[in-house]
Design a protein. Structure first.
Length: 544
């Protein structure tokens, strides 16, 4: 089976924060799991270095858009590496990307799905330029919230700048005017019947999250509208159509095409045929936040259909939002926990664990420093780390103890087999929070097993029974390292090396290679006083 995992491309206009990490971490878990299972995996993403937000940031800092894009692309790569992301290709908007996007655009044009249309576009007389959609801000006509010209984050409605009420130019604050201009439009409305069928399949097979189903149903019920796919932008992919060479391909087409351009780049660099990851048999997971849902359930499938590719998205892994200390994240107010900062000071497995076990899979989830530090101390250290440590430290004092796979509790052996099947099924259906919860429920039961069997007492009266208990615990530790590897790769790798487990797979390990002479703790306790330190830092950061 070929599995494509497509992680959303973050705009290279500012550092990543916990909201970004929460929506992207599931992609790495999926990639690691399917590789352990022995499937062919292609895991791709990249930095969007062409977006309007980058141009806005560059204007604010008085530097070139390239300087901004380079800075944050490098920052993203460092963060993903520290978090253990295993991208097969993490790229950016390179010449390969430009060529692929132009090829897709030309195919859509040649196939009759892109057409010419005279329309009206916002023009700022003060700045003397047509305004890209994100350069226009105003009031959403649907919910009344402050919104950008392309989309309202409050109600997820896709907008056109002319829809906004009380619109202003983001650059200068003046009110823009409408001027006639010719653009190219994507005939999205032609794909309504096919996208209805895609929606029905996804709903029937339970392949998309509820938010993806609800938002897509809403757009389909409203009736799909044709969308402009060219813009007067300073940077981006040049439109490959005669007479439009001075315009750029708009985000509707360009951004989502990055999944395919990243695949093409990987194929060229590794001399691999990518067709098995882009056909109707491919299982694909598109991993992003819910604000990106319509681009992956409406726009991208329509593009693929328009160029004759049947590799339509099968799974939408679309998280809700993350709040911070019960307040909405705000990059403008600096109310955020920035990825480079938290990764500098905390264990990446702790970050991964907290964002997965508290994932906003069905509703918004809150990050608080109290919950984060208590989850590390209570669950990673107190439950998992404690079970590993108490077992192996006890065995260290027994020079004649030998690992024996024939002395593993039969019920625990049976339950371990069942756990692989259950957790694997939950991962494949993108219920990662539930999958991780199952493993930690198992860890708590193993601690209870250790307590009830009391090997420190039975060692004196019935050594064989005590050693059987310890063999069962060692067996369980080896399998926990493997089961947790998609979620907690660093501690799993450390444990795997110490126990000489070899390459991780998704099948029961019956006996570790050998026991370590000495194992350092998997996790170090965080002083609870750090909770207030982090809260104070956050408040000072917001004021500053």
């Amino acid at each position: 089976m070929a599995v494509l995992i497509a992680g959303a491309w973050p705009y290279a206009n500012g550092d990543l924060h916990l909201g970004h990490l929460s929506s992207l971490i599931p992609g790495d878990c999926l990639a690691r799991y399917f590789r352990q299972k022995g499937e062919k995996v292609l895991y791709v993403s990249g930095s969007d270095c062409n977006g309007t937000p980058i141009t806005i940031r560059a204007k604010q800092e008085g530097v070139s858009p390239k300087m901004i894009a380079d800075r944050y692309h490098d920052s993203f790569q460092r963060c993903f590496e520290k978090l253990g992301f295993t991208y097969d290709c993490y790229t950016r908007t390179t010449p390969i990307h430009h060529k692929v996007v132009q090829d897709i655009f030309k195919q859509l044009y040649d196939n009759g799905y892109i057409y010419h249309k005279k329309t009206k576009q916002m023009y700022c007389t003060y700045c003397a330029q047509f305004l890209p959609d994100r350069y226009v801000e105003g009031t959403c006509p649907h919910c009344g919230a402050h919104a950008r010209g392309d989309q309202c984050d409050a109600c997820s409605t896709i907008l056109d700048p002319v829809d906004l009420l009380d619109s202003t130019c983001k650059i200068c604050g003046h009110k823009p005017e409408l001027r006639e201009v010719e653009h190219l439009y994507f005939a999205l409305s032609k794909f309504q019947p096919d996208l209805e069928q895609l929606y029905k399949r996804a709903k029937k097979n339970n392949e998309w999250r509820e938010n993806a189903l609800n938002l897509t149903r809403r757009y389909l019920d409203e009736g799909l509208q044709d969308r402009a796919v060219t813009r007067d932008l300073p940077i981006g992919v040049t439109v490959p159509i005669k007479g439009f060479e001075n315009k750029k391909v708009y985000v509707w087409i360009e951004a989502v095409s990055g999944y395919y351009s990243a695949s093409v780049r990987w194929g060229e660099e590794h001399h691999q045929d990518i067709s098995e990851f882009w056909n109707e048999q491919t299982v694909s997971y598109y991993v992003q936040g819910k604000d990106n849902v319509p681009f992956h359930t409406i726009i991208w499938p329509a593009i693929l259909l328009g160029i004759g590719k049947k590799a339509l998205p099968t799974h939408l892994v679309s998280n809700e939002y993350v709040t911070l200390e019960r307040k909405k994240l705000s990059t403008s107010r600096n109310w955020a926990v920035w990825a480079p900062d938290i990764l500098e000071r905390y264990d990446p497995d702790s970050i991964r664990y907290f964002l997965l076990i508290n994932a906003p899979e069905t509703h918004d989830a809150d990050f608080s420093w109290k919950a984060f530090i208590e989850s590390h101390n209570g669950e990673l250290l107190g439950a998992y780390g404690n079970f590993v440590n108490r077992t192996l430290k006890f065995i260290e004092k027994l020079p004649d103890f030998k690992v024996d796979e024939n002395h593993v509790d039969s019920q625990i052996l049976q339950e371990t087999h069942a756990l692989y099947e259950k957790v694997g099924g939950l991962i494949e259906s993108a219920h990662l929070k539930a999958a991780l919860s199952e493993i930690f429920s198992w860890i708590r039961s193993l601690n209870k097993y250790f307590d009830e069997r009391k090997p420190w007492q039975t060692l004196k009266s019935d050594q064989a029974s005590a050693y059987a208990t310890l063999n069962t615990c060692v067996f369980s530790i080896a399998n926990l390292a493997q089961l947790l590897s998609p979620f907690l790769p660093f501690s799993s790798q450390k444990l795997g090396e110490e126990l000489h487990l070899g390459e991780f797979k998704w099948t029961v390990i019956h006996c570790p290679g050998k026991l370590p002479e000495h194992l350092d703790p998997l996790f170090i306790r965080i002083d609870p006083d750090q909770i207030q330190v982090e809260r104070d830092k956050l408040k000072h950061q917001e004021k500053g």
